[in-house]
Design a protein around this ligand. Structure first.
Ligand code: LCS
Length: 401
């Protein structure tokens, strides 16, 4: 099997097997990675403890600085993203803020795409500026808008593609070429696509982050984040940010994500199929104004989507005729879809970005990035798609003509 290049579904199921040894030295060979629910690890003797602390010998000693279950997750994520290394965090926001804090200090600048998860936008326009880190958000659908605002203080370019909730895309390859030419690291929030559908590192990005709360976990039961990148950058983030700010993932949550990863390929295939069918249904519905799904030929960046993504994902957004009130009626009328934020779960989730996930955007900024009052976001789950279409049809029937 050594010479065979395995497919991603095989890799996801088999993982990078973690085998323990029994006290007798015999292999235990548990097929599921054990949960090392231990905060600390004993030293063999004082000299070994001192050597581990001095960085002369490798070894686990305290879970904030490393844990075998967490390492298994990090190895798996790095492998799936085609990166050298990964670092897991307590949440996607802990991951994003760690990237910013590892690369920027007071006086530095970040250039970011303007359509971002509302929490990321708040970090960028409220919290980081309070630490003296300035963030400029631009319409990154045209990467030249990024290039135009770069200056000698810019330490990071951060993009989200496909973007939450507008499904706008950023050309990762073109942005990476701009970033490389200036020697500025490019970070991509790959939460919507997952490593199954898009690999930014292969397209030239330096850093990839995930809210692993979403498709990586996949079952709506875990909050977590992951960053992947070079060994050197991950070691720096571990030492400079994770050690001091301490936003680590728990071993149990790492294990839930390892379990989620095994079914990521099959789940994503079904998310994509169901989402495509729902996007098509919505685009012919008389009570819908616009549908945003990269898989539709009407999506203005459909060709870019086909060139940088292997599949179009499970997120569909749309605008109902009748604005905010029509959206409210729709969300209060669905019976199978769950009215909830978050995304990437087995359940279909419906929400209103302007008043929920993106309420951190000002009124003007919402309109500028295309989040109108009647804009509704759907995270298409794994139910029978005919049932989902039935649900949306009956809910849309309640909207005034
Ligand atoms: N990046 C993206 C694209 C996200 O959608 C989210 C969360 C985050 C980062 C932050 O990750 P967290 O800390 O929540 O793990 N998105 C959410 C959403 O759309 N609804 O609820 C959370």
């Amino acid at each position: 099997m050594n010479e065979r290049k395995l497919g991603i579904a095989t890799i996801a199921v088999h993982g990078r097997k973690h085998f323990d040894k029994h006290e007798t030295g015999a292999p235990i060979r548990a097929i599921s990675t054990p949960i090392y629910q231990s905060s600390t690890f004993a030293f063999e003797n004082a000299a070994q403890g001192a050597a581990i602390f001095a960085g002369e010998v490798e070894g686990y000693f305290y879970t904030r600085l490393g844990n075998p279950t967490v390492t298994a997750l990090e190895n798996e994520m790095a492998f799936l993203e085609g990166a050298d290394a990964a670092l897991a965090f307590a949440s996607g926001m802990a991951a994003t803020s760690a990237i910013a804090l590892a690369l920027c200090k007071s006086g530095d600048r970040i250039v970011a795409s303007d359509t971002l998860y509302g929490g990321t936008h708040n970090l960028f326009v409220e919290t980081l500026p309070r630490l003296g880190i300035e963030v400029t958000e631009v319409d990154a659908r045209d990467p030249e808008n990024i290039e135009r605002v770069l200056d000698e203080r810019t330490r990071l370019i951060f993009i989200e593609t496909p973007a939450n909730p507008t499904l706008r895309l950023v050309d990762i390859g073109a942005t990476a070429r701009i970033a490389r030419a200036r020697g500025i690291p490019l970070a991509v929030d790959n939460t919507f696509a997952t490593p199954y559908l898009q690999n930014p590192i292969a397209l030239g990005a330096d850093i990839v982050m995930h809210s692993a709360t979403k498709y990586i976990g996949g079952h709506g039961d875990t909050v977590a984040g992951v960053v992947v990148g070079s060994k050197e950058f991950m070691s720096r983030m571990r030492a400079d940010v994770l050690r001091d700010f301490g936003g680590i993932i728990s071993p149990f949550n790492a294990w839930l994500l390892l379990r989620g990863l095994k079914t990521l390929p099959v789940r994503m295939e079904r998310h994509c199929e169901n989402a495509m069918e729902i996007a098509q249904f919505l685009s012919y519905h008389p009570k819908i104004d616009s549908v945003y799904y990269p898989g539709l030929r009407t999506h203005p960046q459909h060709d870019l989507a086909k060139s940088q993504m292997r599949g179009m994902g499970g997120m569909v957004s749309f605008e109902v005729k009748g604005g905010r009130e029509a959206g409210r009626i729709l969300m209060d009328s669905v019976q199978l879809c769950t009215l909830a934020v978050s995304l990437g779960d087995v359940d279909t989730l419906i929400e209103h970005p302007a008043t929920m996930t993106h309420s951190t955007y000002s009124e003007e900024d919402l309109i500028a990035v295309g989040i109108t009052p009647g804009f509704v976001r759907l995270s298409v789950g794994l139910e029978d798609v005919d049932d989902l279409v039935w649900d949306l049809r009956q809910a849309l029937a309640r909207l005034p003509d």
